[in-house]
Ligand binder design. Structure first.
Ligand code: HEM
Length: 212
């Protein structure tokens, strides 16, 4: 149906929402956003007492893009296992990364979840364990898993994100595939959602008066 004279090589990726290639680009764009926010959150760790408000703010901001990342990879997972031809053709991630994927998600939810719990419950315990200890332990696990995840994928980001930025010059630009507007809108919605959470919850940092 799409093999018309003016577009003889058009594939599912070049029309509509970008298909499996578009999904891969959204995952990569979100990866870049997360890397920037991880770096900023890392800076707050260097001087937690003075920067506790910003530690909360960026931590809560991260929730939006992390949700987008989990959603985009879950979408690929679902499409693959429901045998969508394009996603089957693209194949699953490499075996080790495929194995690591659930731990990337679990530890990320763990760090963010215990962070939110700390904000709401302060110095209380959960099942006899201080929530602060749970937050620190999940951070250590997350850091180990995330280091492997980022090292495996970071080299793919320039090509994937660069192609989407270049295609702003038009759909005929090199590397242009459909769904560019949708991808950047989803990224903006994720950041916007995180920003709302950050603005609503960062004041909870004041609960930790013993830090000062
Ligand atoms: C909390 C943060 C993150 C979560 C929960 C997360 C989760 C995942 C999951 C579950 C997958 C699919 C399994 C796999 O291929 O390994 C994946 C793929 C990927 N991630 Fe992450 N990730 C996060 C952060 C990052 C960061 C910081 C980067 C930047 C390097 C990144 C870049 C990628 C890329 C490029 C893919 C492959 C996409 C594809 O081939 O379709 N991720 N991520």
């Amino acid at each position: 149906m799409y093999r018309t004279a003016d577009a003889p090589r058009r594939t599912a990726s070049t029309r509509g929402r970008g298909g499996a290639d578009g999904n891969e680009r959204l995952t990569a764009i979100t990866g870049v956003v997360l890397l920037v926010l991880f770096a900023a959150e890392g800076v707050t760790l260097l001087q937690l007492r003075g920067l506790l408000y910003w530690h909360y703010f960026i931590g809560l901001l991260l929730i939006g893009p992390v949700c987008v990342k989990i959603a985009s990879t879950a979408y690929r997972f679902t499409r693959y296992y429901t045998r969508h031809p394009e996603y089957v053709r693209k194949g699953p991630p490499a075996p080790l990364l495929r194995l690591l994927g659930p731990f990337v998600i679990l530890t990320s939810v763990g760090v963010l979840g215990t962070g939110v719990a700390l904000g709401l419950a302060g110095t209380r315990t959960y099942a006899g364990v201080p929530i602060l200890l749970l937050h620190k332990a999940s951070f250590v696990l997350w850091a180990a898993v995330m280091t492997a995840h980022v090292l495996a994928y970071v080299w793919r980001l320039p090509a994937l994100v660069g192609a989407d930025l270049r295609s702003s010059r038009g759909r005929r630009a090199m590397g242009a595939i459909g769904g560019r507007g949708l991808r950047w809108s989803i990224t903006a919605v994720g950041l916007g959602g995180g920003l709302v959470a950050a603005m609503a919850g960062a004041h909870l940092a004041a609960h930790w008066s013993w830090f000062r």
